[in-house]
Design a protein around this ligand. Structure first.
Ligand SMILES: [Zn+2]
Length: 429
């Protein structure tokens, strides 16, 4: 299997099964109900784990919870820890309701502070960081490869962080920040006084505490390449740790169409999307785009995803045809080649219209969609009517076709025509 890697800008082959494949995907900063865009790296990580395990890999997924952050202090002055705990619960519940299971570990920054302090001490001892006025900064000039992940020359690196008189170089970024009592109601003791870790060092340390200094895949949204991931690479590789082998950055979710604001105006969170369309349609929606490309979230794209879900599900009301196991290879090839879910989805649809229900069930299960196979089978006399109507339609005998449709409706079944002459049978609601 191969995946696109941001660092080398090329497709990189994974080690052969059983691997291991250790994956660290940056998780949410917990200060509000998580945005539907946050579901994308979660879903991608869970699907990758599912596919890797199905193909004989030992795959593990770590997804961190950023529960120390300026956004949390800003959102809940005087009660930041309470908000972070509540928002963590929301995130865990909302992602659990996607029905994909949960990551193997969900480390929290607040539970990793002693390890973070130790890591910073090592960076200072190695000459890659310096204490200044209660803060500690990483010295960008000490790491010549800085800028490679985001494709910037070291001397022209854009400034990712706030300016500060305490920095020796404006490109330097904070590893530790002194406590600001007026706005920050949580702090930890350190050799540099009371304070709290910077965001980037949290991820380097949480990943390495669980996986050790080297692991296979680091994931997260494209918006994290700079400065977050550039800084993670610098911190870890400055100490000689190989860190991540493949950087897998997912494309962003875009809200499109003005209609969005009018018709489903407030749908912006994972919870709201689940309530509005159900988890299966949300998952089918994420299947429709390559994980590296942007994906457009709109009433139209969600309606299309819902229709696709119905087509896949309705296939199970009909008598299965014999499975053609050779076609599984095409499905596997699509996923092994940079996890091409749009190609895999096209094959799922092919199986649905050819009634290869064993293959379809197996393919859906990779994406947490096996529930679509739990549909009531249409009785033989209903299928017989549907077959006769399909033949009448093909012969352009619309009078007979309409009569048979009414007969089906009288038995409580709706016949939905699919492009290409196929059909599905749906139990009338
Ligand atoms: Zn991170």
């Amino acid at each position: 299997m191969r995946l696109y890697d941001t660092y080398t800008r090329s497709l990189v082959e994974l080690p052969p099964p059983p691997g291991p494949v250790r994956m660290y995907f940056c998780g949410p900063t917990v200060y509000a109900r998580a945005h539907i865009g946050n579901a994308r790296p979660f879903v991608l990580g869970m699907w990758l784990r599912s596919w890797l395990r199905a193909t004989g890999y030992e795959a593990r997924l770590v997804h961190n919870i950023t529960d120390i952050n300026d956004k949390i202090y800003d959102a809940a002055p005087g009660a930041s820890a309470e908000l972070a705990a509540r928002a963590t619960e929301w995130y865990l519940r909302d992602t659990a309701d996607l029905g994909l299971g949960m990551p193997d570990e969900l480390p929290k920054a607040t539970e990793t502070v002693p390890e973070i302090v130790r890591f910073i001490e090592e960076l200072i001892a190695a000459g890659h960081a310096y204490a200044s006025g209660g803060d500690v900064y990483f010295s960008v000039a000490s790491f010549p490869d800085y800028g490679r992940l985001s494709g910037q020359r070291p001397d022209q690196v854009e400034q990712g962080e706030e300016p500060s008189a305490l920095k020796r170089d404006p490109r330097d970024f904070a590893l530790w920040k002194a406590n600001k009592p007026a706005t920050e109601d949580t702090w930890w003791d350190s050799p540099w006084g009371r304070g709290r870790p910077g965001w980037h060092i949290e991820c380097s340390v949480m990943a390495e505490e669980i996986f050790g200094p080297a692991f296979e895949i680091h994931g997260g949204g494209l918006d994290l390449v700079f400065p977050h991931h550039e800084n993670e690479v610098a911190q870890s590789r400055a100490l000689g740790h190989p860190f991540a082998q493949i950087w897998a950055h997912n494309g962003m979710l875009r809200f499109t169409g003005e209609k969005m604001s009018k018709s489903i105006g407030n749908v912006a969170t994972i919870r709201e999307a689940l309530d509005e369309w159900g988890r299966e349609a949300v998952l089918v929606f994420f299947l429709t785009a390559s994980w590296r490309k942007p994906i457009d979230f709109s009433p139209e794209t969600m309606a299309q995803a819902t229709a696709r879900r119905d087509t896949l599900r309705n296939a199970f009301t009909l008598e299965p045809a014999a499975d053609d196991e050779a076609r599984w290879d095409a499905f596997a090839q699509a996923l092994d080649d940079d996890f091409d879910t749009p190609a895999a989805l096209a094959i799922l649809h092919e199986w649905a219209s050819a009634r290869r229900l064993g293959l379809l069930r197996r393919g859906l299960a990779i994406f947490g969609l096996e529930s679509l196979a739990e549909l009531e089978r249409a009785p033989a006399d209903v299928v017989e009517l549907a077959e006769r109507r399909a033949r009448a339609r093909a012969a352009r005998d619309f009078e007979t076709s309409d009569r048979l449709r009414d007969d089906l409706a009288a038995r409580g079944w709706e016949m939905r025509d699919e492009p290409g002459g196929g059909y599905t049978l749906v139990r009338d609601a």
